[in-house]
Design a protein around this ligand. Sequence first.
Ligand code: GSH
Length: 223
Amino acid sequence: MKLYAIVGSPNSRKVLAVINHLGIDVDIEYLDLFAGDTKKPTYEALNPNTMVPTLVDGNLKLWESNAINQYLCDKSQDNRLFPYDFTIRADIVRWQCWELAHFNQAFGTLAFEAVAKPNFMGMQGDQAVIDWSKGQLNRFATVLNNHLQGRIFMVGDSITLADYAIIHAEFFKEAVPFDWSSFPHLNDYFDRMRQSPSWAATAPKSPEAIGRIPEDSVANVSQ
Ligand SMILES: N[C@@H](CCC(=O)N[C@@H](CS)C(=O)NCC(=O)O)C(=O)O
């Protein structure tokens, strides 16, 4: 299996963390965002969205990070992160859908407009979009904070795919113009998840490393 990823990309990190956690053997090819690698025809043939991550396994060309993570768990027949019990699976998939459609849609948009554009792309963020995403983030952070009261993990009492999905934009948490102080359970959870070895190993070595091909690969660690 081969994964196409970009250093520091939250959705790439989400998949890399699962690869680390499961300890599975996947070739990682990092693309250079600034050299336009995702726009090259050979890559577009794998992922017409010209985004990362993309997993290639034989004839399967799979994009969408949450789908890739489910596939990796099933393919490896290691059900720790995605148990076979269909009630638990439904709960995990519920949170994967929710982070994509709501929480990380708001968080990711705010991070892109308010942090990535001015810091990495040399352009100003759109203030109307920033204001909208802050409102949305406030709404959905409230849902997440309430869910996490009295909980260690999103589903059950061990780490699952839902956790790697929820936290995947954590690198930008302190950088976005958003007041997290009224979400103590969410904050504690992010702090805990940041300590997860499989997640921590996916972090870019420096802000300058983001989007560039690393000299050495991100180390795989098993949990
Ligand atoms: N829903 C997709 C989102 C993928 C995505 O947004 N990837 C970003 C990096 S985290 C990307 O490739 N951006 C480059 C671009 O938009 O051109 C997933 O979960 O895989």
